[in-house]
Design a protein around this ligand. Structure first.
Ligand SMILES: C[S@@+](CC[C@H](N)C(=O)[O-])C[C@H]1O[C@@H](n2cnc3c(N)ncnc32)[C@H](O)[C@@H]1O
Ligand code: SF4
Length: 454
C-alpha cells in the first residue's frame, strides 16, 4: 500500500483542552477508555439503550458481564472511580441484591439470545472488600441466572490488604482465572501519602498465598508517579515486581482527575500543578524503564500499560473482546454497558440505583448509539492502545480502509516520529505507545475534541 505525502493544507495540531500540553501533571482526565467520550452520552437517548436490549444479538458477538463492587476501605487520594467507604453490611447486602435483580431482568431480554458469558469481570471499587460468604452467594445467584460454564475468563480486582487466605481460597473457588492485585507501589510512605489502605507487608503475603493456590493468572497494578515517587524508589518497585514474577503487570501513569481528593486540595490552595506528582515526561520515562527491565527479564510489552510474561502469555479477554466490539452488560452503580451497538451507563447514585431495581426497573441513566463512522473510530483508538492495528481487521469487519479514513492523523503521528505505516499494520513505536492516550485525540471527530457545553 502506498502512502501519500502529507498535504500542506493539513490542520495544525489541535490539542484538546483537557490534555496537559505543557507536560506538568495538571487536573484532567487523560486516559481514553471509550468513544465517543462519556460526556456526549445523554439521558435523552436512553430509549436507544432500551431498544438495543430488546433486539436479538448480532450473530457471533461474544457476551461479557462486568460487575461493579463500589466499596473500598479508604478512598485513595488519586482515585476517580465511583466508590463508597461508609456503607454498612446491610447496605452492601441490598446493593448485591440489586445487582442480582439487575441480571435477572437482563436474562429475560432478547439481546442475550442463546448466549452465555465468555468473560466476566469483577471491578471496582474493591471486589475483594466484600466477605467470602457475600461473594459466594452473589456468584451462586449469578450462575443460577446465567451459567458460567462457557466462560473463558473470570477476572477479579483485589486490594491486597483485604485478602486473607480464606478469602483468596473463596475467590479461587468461584472460578476466578485472573486475579489482579492493586499494589501500586511497594513503599509504605508513598502508599500512606496517597491514601492507600494497604501496607507493603500485606503485598507479599497476599501474593504468595494466591500463587500457592494456583490462580491461572496473577496481574499486578502499579502506578508510575504517585505523590512522592522518586527515581530510586521507582527502580526498586520495578525490581520487586520482577522478583515476584507475576503473569502480567499493568502500569498506569498517574493522572489527577477532577473528582479526586488531590484535585480538591489543589483547588483549596489555588494550585494548578499537582504537588509531588512528576511531569508526564518523567512518568513516561519511568514506564519506559519498567518496560525495558521487564523485557530483559522475560516479559513482552503487550499494550501501552501491560507487560506479560513470555512463559505465560496471559490473554486478557475482557480487554481484547471489548476493544473488538463485544457486548458487555455492566451490573452495578454507574456501570457502563455496550449492547448491540449502543453505549449506556447506569444511574450513578447508590440509593436511586438500588431503588429502581427494587421497583423491577433497569437503572439506565444515559446512552448513545455511535454511528457507523464512530464505531470505526472507537475500535481503532482502543486497538491503537495495543500498539499495533491491522488494516485487514477494519477492511473485513467494516469495509473501511483505515489508511484512507485516518489519513491526516496517521500522517501527523508518522511525521511526529511516533508511527510507522506498513503494508499490513500501523505500529506505534515505544515513544508513541507511552503517550498513546494523548495521541488518540487526533483520531476523534472535531466535535468530540472539546467537552459539550453544560
Ligand atoms: C479499581 S482499582 C483496582 C482494585 C482496588 N480497588 C485497588 O485499588 O487495589 C483500578 C486501578 O486503577 C488505577 N488507578 C486508579 N486511579 C488512578 C489514577 N488517578 N491514575 C492512574 N491510575 C489509577 C490503579 O492502579 C488501580 O489499581
Ligand atoms: S484505587 Fe482502588 S482502593 Fe483506591 S479508592 Fe480507587 S477503587 Fe478504591
Amino acid at each position: 500500500m502506498t502512502v501519500e505525502p502529507i498535504s500542506p493544507a493539513e490542520p495544525v495540531k489541535d490539542i484538546p483542552a483537557d490534555i496537559p500540553a505543557d507536560e506538568e501533571t495538571r487536573a484532567g482526565n487523560y486516559f481514553v477508555s471509550n468513544y465517543p467520550p462519556y460526556a456526549f452520552w445523554s439521558q435523552s437517548r436512553v430509549d436507544e439503550a432500551n431498544a438495543a436490549i430488546d433486539r436479538a444479538p448480532a450473530p457471533g458477538t461474544p457476551l461479557g458481564i462486568y460487575v461493579h463492587i463500589p466499596f473500598c476501605r479508604k478512598r485513595c487520594h488519586f482515585c476517580y472511580f465511583k466508590v463508597y467507604t461508609d456503607k454498612n453490611s446491610t447496605e452492601v447486602e441490598s446493593y448485591l441484591d440489586a445487582a442480582v435483580q439487575e441480571l435477572s431482568i437482563y436474562v429475560q431480554k432478547p439481546f442475550i439470545g442463546a448466549r452465555k458469558p465468555t468473560f466476566i469481570y469483577f471491578g471496582g471499587g474493591t471486589p475483594s472488600y466484600i466477605s467470602s460468604s457475600q461473594l459466594t452467594r452473589l456468584v451462586d445467584r449469578m450462575k443460577a441466572l446465567l451459567p458460567w460454564d462457557e466462560a473463558k475468563e473470570v477476572a477479579f480486582e483485589c486490594e491486597p490488604g483485604t485478602l486473607t487466605q480464606g478469602k483468596l481460597q473463596a475467590i479461587k473457588d468461584l472460578g476466578v482465572t485472573r486475579l489482579s492485585l492493586g499494589i501500586e507501589n511497594f513503599n509504605d510512605e508513598i502508599l500512606l501519602a496517597n491514601g492507600r489502605a494497604h501496607a507493603s507487608k500485606e503485598i507479599g503475603r497476599a501474593y504468595d498465598f494466591a500463587r500457592s493456590i494456583g490462580f491461572p493468572q496473577i496481574n499486578i497494578d502499579l502506578i508510575a508517579g504517585m505523590v512522592g515517587e522518586t527515581e530510586e524508589n521507582w527502580r526498586d518497585c520495578v525490581a520487586r515486581t520482577i522478583e515476584m514474577q507475576p503473569d502480567s503487570v499493568t502500569i498506569y501513569q498517574m493522572e489527577v482527575p477532577y473528582n479526586t481528593t488531590i484535585f480538591k486540595e489543589m483547588k483549596v490552595f489555588g494550585q494548578s500543578v499537582a504537588p509531588g506528582v512528576a511531569s508526564w515526561k518523567t512518568k513516561r520515562g519511568w514506564v519506559e524503564y519498567a518496560f525495558a527491565e521487564m523485557e530483559k527479564n522475560g516479559y513482552t510489552v503487550a499494550s501501552a500499560y501491560t507487560a506479560v510474561k513470555n512463559t505465560s502469555p496471559a490473554p486478557f479477554l475482557y480487554r481484547d473482546l471489548l476493544w473488538r466490539g463485544a457486548d458487555m452488560v455492566g451490573l452495578g452503580v454507574a456501570s457502563f454497558s455496550h449492547v448491540n451497538g449502543t453505549h449506556y451507563q447506569n444511574d450513578h447514585e447508590f440509593e436511586s440505583y438500588c431503588a429502581k431495581l427494587g421497583e423491577g426497573k433497569l437503572p439506565l441513566f444515559r446512552a448513545l448509539t455511535p454511528n457507523a463512522d464512530e464505531r470505526v473510530i472507537r475500535e481503532f483508538v482502543l486497538q491503537m492502545k495495543l500498539g499495533c492495528v491491522r488494516q485487514a481487521y477494519f477492511a473485513d469487519k467494516f469495509g473501511v480502509d483505515v489508511e484512507r479514513r485516518f489519513k491526516a492523523p496517521l500522517h501527523r503521528l508518522r511525521d511526529w516520529g511516533f508511527l510507522t505505516i506498513g503494508p499490513d499494520s500501523l505500529r506505534l513505536n515505544r515513544d508513541g505507545l507511552l503517550q498513546v492516550d494523548k495521541l488518540l485525540h487526533e483520531f476523534f471527530l472535531p466535535e468530540h475534541r472539546q467537552l459539550p457545553r453544560a
